[in-house]
Ligand binder design. Structure first.
Ligand code: GTP
Ligand code: MG
Length: 287
């Protein structure tokens, strides 16, 4: 025991016991759950809002979920090579997904501009988005927040305009590099979502960038200590509990699907849809 502690101190182990179990490869049950999901309130469409730093993989996550549902690579939300700088998504856009029978799934994704330093106006705009006050097509202006009276200001939002799930997207390889200012923005927006009783989940993207082993086999994700440490770090930074944090690898450059990559995306989606009353109560208590 003593010798093994010393050994581990000098030669830290990369892997640990698998600490979260998910079904790999055989995704029929999760796929059926997502495809057959019905909100508790009739005719309600869940609005799932993705927010987070610029280039975190928000648009790519929307494309990834759509790809899994369609069974082929699909990219409706425009994603960008972050190396070009700035946020690629600047508009408030909503993505609906059509089912095979022509009807729509009862959830939509809202994609917004990525957070970055010195953009307080954007933080205020995100709070308006949560309340359903921002109309489709609005172009975010980091220097000026949307005001009442503007043609893109929704005076009387209905239940479907309001955000029902609040998803924080953060890249695994940049958690420590996220500036204090952006972390504070995320925390403040999250607290605002809590005050509105909106359930929250975090998605950790780009796990393949963190460890090359995951480029070959994503099934190792819950055995890699580095991933667990990143999740714990993010949990303590913004206050989202570990059981609400899901690592994924997005489809962003692939031309073929991979059933294990699908398993992670579906696991996250299942929890996003399921994150109902328990989540509301949790955040209500914390707010
Ligand atoms: N390796 C890897 N790259 C990813 C992943 N997800 C997204 N990317 C890449 O990250 C870059 C940014 O992705 P986007 O989806 O445009 O990110 P975003 O959060 O929508 O960015 P903004 O709209 O600019 O705020 C693109 O070059 C993607 O190809 C992932 O899981 N792994
Ligand atoms: Mg984007």
């Amino acid at each position: 025991m003593f010798l093994s502690s010393i050994w581990n101190y000098f030669f830290p182990q990369k892997y640990c016991e698998e600490w979260r179990k998910i079904t790999w490869g055989n995704n029929q049950a999760d796929l059926r759950f997502v495809k057959n999901y019905r909100p508790q309130v009739k005719n309600r469409t869940l609005r799932i809002l993705l927010h987070g730093p610029q280039g975190a993989g928000k648009s790519s996550f929307i494309n990834s979920v759509q790809s899994v549902l369609m069974g082929r690579i699909y990219s409706q939300a425009l994603a960008n090579n972050y190396a070009t700088g700035g946020s690629f998504t600047n508009d408030y856009s909503t993505y609906k997904e059509r089912k095979a029978d022509g009807s729509f799934y009862p959830f939509v994704f809202s994609d917004i501009m990525g957070l970055s330093e010195g953009e307080e106006a954007l933080e205020e705009d995100v709070k308006l988005v949560l309340r359903g006050h921002v109309k489709e097509g609005y172009t975010f202006d980091p220097d000026k927040q949307l005001c009442q009276g503007d043609k893109f200001y929704q005076e009387t939002p209905n239940a479907n305009d309001k955000v029902s799930r609040f998803i924080c997207v953060i890249p695994a390889d940049k958690i420590e590099m996220t500036s204090d200012e952006v972390v504070d923005q995320i925390r403040r927006i999250r607290e605002d979502a809590s005050s509105l009783h909106i359930p929250q989940i975090a998605i950790i993207t780009k796990i393949d960038e963190l460890d090359p082993d995951l480029q070959k086999d994503v099934k190792k994700v819950y055995k890699l200590k580095s991933i667990k440490e990143k999740m714990q770090k993010f949990s303590s930074l913004v206050g989202i509990p570990m059981n609400r944090i899901f690592p994924v690898k997005n489809y962003h450059e692939e031309i073929d699907m991979n059933t294990d990559v699908d398993s992670l995306i579906l696991s996250a989606m299942r929890h996003i849809l399921n994150c109902g009353n328990d989540c509301i109560n949790f955040h209500h208590n914390r707010a």
